[in-house]
Design a protein around this ligand. Sequence first.
Ligand SMILES: [Zn+2]
Length: 414
Amino acid sequence: MGGVNRTKGGADGRADGGVAGTMMGGAVGGTDGGAEGGTEAGTVGGAARRSRNSMQLGALRSHNAALVLDLLRTAGPEGISRLELAERTGLTPQAVSKITARLREDGLATEAGRRASTGGKPRTVLRLVPEAGHAVGVHLDRDELTAVLCDLTGAVVARRRTPLDLGAGAQTVVERAVREVRELAPGGGRGPGAVLGVGVALPGPLDHRRGVLHRVTGFPEWNGFPLRDVLARRLSLPVVVDKDTNAAALGLAVQGAAGAVTSFAYLHFGAGLGGGLVIGGAVHRGTRTGAGEFGHQVVQLDGPPCGCGNRGCVEALCLAAVARGETAEAARVLGTAAGNLVALLDVDLVLLGGRTIAAAPDTFERGVAAVLDERARRAGGDAVPVRVASGGERGVAEGAAQLLLAPLFGRGEG
Ligand SMILES: [Zn+2]
């Protein structure tokens, strides 16, 4: 867009995919798209990359730089000194100085003043420059599109929302998404504060690594559609595609919604029921992005038919209970399935979200907790806590932006 003319298949055309692909294991679609983009992402060398966005380079080169950046991010506007950075990362002061000099050169960090220190001279504190880069997060829901522009801290700078029919056909949906992203990132997001890329979250199943959709429940016509590469080509920006539940879970992990806990399950009950898993601080997707298909576990062999083709799925039972107005029963069924998940994975926390939860948060929190308490009592241990996640539906679009942002800070990726 915006008059950018790249040579398809050449090094220039692959500049974005090359840079981002280095750190995201090929989940990022470059601007030239196609199958070859995936295999060669991360292997294209030097000059073409440097021509684009120096910010990506300085930050992405090393794990240590990501550690430092993340500490700068969590320190907020007050900043953090080099000495503290060295203490917290375990790096030598010399290594920290080198990294911070580079981050300042790239415009990612700046001085936040001086702070008195015990005995010695005042220490200079550094802070992240939130507006040095941005990412767009797009939530393609069944009936609505939400797009957000987030700064490096993940804070929402602008938000757009428009009705959408996810079943209206690929072309219509892609056009709508392209239009919304262009409105949020005029000029293609180039120049100071550039847009690093676009994260897109939608109902699964899908293949996160290749950015290809499968038989999206209720919308089989999407099966096989290479959404990542099509959007990357149209927008001339790197694109990452993931399930809505994974994006929401990633957003919660990066925001610190789970506190000190690094392994949690996020159960999303909206028009459907799904789950996102964060294990050891990273989103657990599985090889085929099949992890977290929480809603389609069968809990009643002869139960009512489900949209997925099985009978007695927890989603079908929960939806039926809600339709009958029996919210407490829906919570009990949800709790049973959550108990299965906790027993399988031994996560430390269960977070609940989605519009159905938001309609009766206390009932769901109490109902799920009651089942988990009961099971823990029988096993003789402490129950895993249950909380309603703040942010609700908004969390998906913000989490989608984190698909691009989180890896900069070494967060959320396994
Ligand atoms: Zn099912």
